[in-house]
Design a protein around this ligand. Structure first.
Ligand code: UT7
Length: 328
């Protein structure tokens, strides 16, 4: 690559309305104790009915731009990772581009579900690496409250709404994004899916999927697959770069389940206090979860130039991967 791509600004936004475990006990047969023990989640944020993914995305984007010291018209590309767009089309990225006033910057969505931010980050870095772009806005934003079945206790306790954004900017080679790995296995599509109201019967049948337009998940199978896939992706990058887990300043994983993150840290041999966690407050916010956890880490623990940051995620598809970044 001609250039490196590094994070020069971060933003985050979650809606004000909180959905606590106590609230959920009044909706389904569950308990605070079960939810905390099995998932680590204490509350999630829920967007108001009149707002969508684009509205959360714009707020996170404005903070990221301000942190980077850039104006919207400085952007060369806008990527929004989401699986809950406001509309089938135009893409959320175009709604964000228009709202920000980002001139004619190209803008498109990346649907990598819970691994969407990771996928978009890597995509943005390619545009910078080749010299095509100088500044790329990468947003992860989702409003899963729109696709959650609030009568299904196995899924409704997990998800929340939110958005996180980063500005990726050109830097010298050897800084910023150092390496990545992405993978998918479409044979496992039936493990985690969400039909839309007009999904074709043949597609649903092939997946063994229910037609209801809600998230359905085979939780235990996804849990096992997620730990193995993320551990393998991280190990691949560490070995390729001649590093060990202890060299990482922080691991910023997709926030699916706190038990899962503990199992992952143990599997790769990383102390748990070097794992960025925001799931207790936000639940699983899908594409927003990595930038929300990164935002919190940067503002509470901080990162120094040269620190090694590992990102990893897994999502419906199945698809997964990891990316390694040298901070600053
Ligand atoms: O973001 C994309 C990636 N997603 C993930 O990585 C998610 C991975 N999976 C998980 O996080 C976990 O599998 C869940 C949190 C979804 C479920 O936890 P689990 O420990 O795997 O529970 P389980 O599905 O094996 O269910 C155990 C029991 C069942 O009861 P029986 O059959 O043993 O009587 C469930 O019906 O827990 C029951 N259960 C609940 N009980 C109280 C399921 N949901 C609840 C609930 N409250 N909310």
């Amino acid at each position: 690559m001609k250039y490196g791509a590094t994070i020069t600004g971060i933003g985050a936004y979650v809606p004000e309305n909180r959905l606590t475990n106590a609230d959920l006990t009044r909706m389904v047969d569950t308990s605070d104790e079960w939810i905390v023990t099995r998932t680590g989640i204490r509350e999630r944020r829920i967007a108001p009915r009149e707002e969508g993914t684009s509205h959360l995305a714009v707020r996170a984007a404005r903070e990221a731009l301000q942190a980077a010291g850039l104006r919207p018209e400085d952007l060369d590309l806008i990527l929004v990772a989401t699986s809950t767009p406001d509309l089938t089309f135009p893409p959320v990225a175009c709604l964000v581009q228009g709202e920000l006033g980002a001139g004619r910057a190209p803008a498109f969505d990346v649907n990598g579900v819970c691994a969407g931010f990771l996928t978009a980050l890597v995509t943005g870095a390619q545009f910078i690496g080749t010299g095509t772009c100088r500044h790329v806005l990468v947003i992860g934003a989702d409003t899963y409250s729109r696709i959650v079945d609030y009568t299904d206790r196995s899924t409704c306790i997990l998800f929340g709404d939110g958005a996180g954004a980063v500005v990726l900017s050109r830097t010298e080679p050897g800084r910023g994004l150092l390496d990545f790995t992405l993978a998918a296995d479409g044979r496992e599509a039936g493990l985690l899916y969400c039909p839309h109201p007009r999904s074709p019967a043949a597609t649903l049948a092939a997946l063994g999927a229910e037609p209801a337009p809600y998230i359905r998940q085979h939780g235990q199978a996804v849990f096992k697959a997620a730990v193995s896939a993320m551990a393998e992706a991280i190990t691949t990058l560490l070995e390729r770069q001649g590093l060990v887990a202890g060299d990482l300043a922080v691991l910023v994983p997709h926030q699916a389940n706190l038990r899962l993150l503990s199992a992952l840290a143990e599997r790769i041999g990383l102390p748990e206090d070097r794992v960025a966690v925001s799931i207790e407050e936000h639940g699983n916010t899908s594409a927003a979860s990595i930038p929300l956890a990164l935002h919190r880490w940067v503002h509470t623990r901080g990162l120094h130039p040269g620190d090694l940051v590992m990102f990893t995620a897994v999502g419906g598809g199945l698809l997964w991967g990891a990316a390694l970044m040298r901070w600053g």
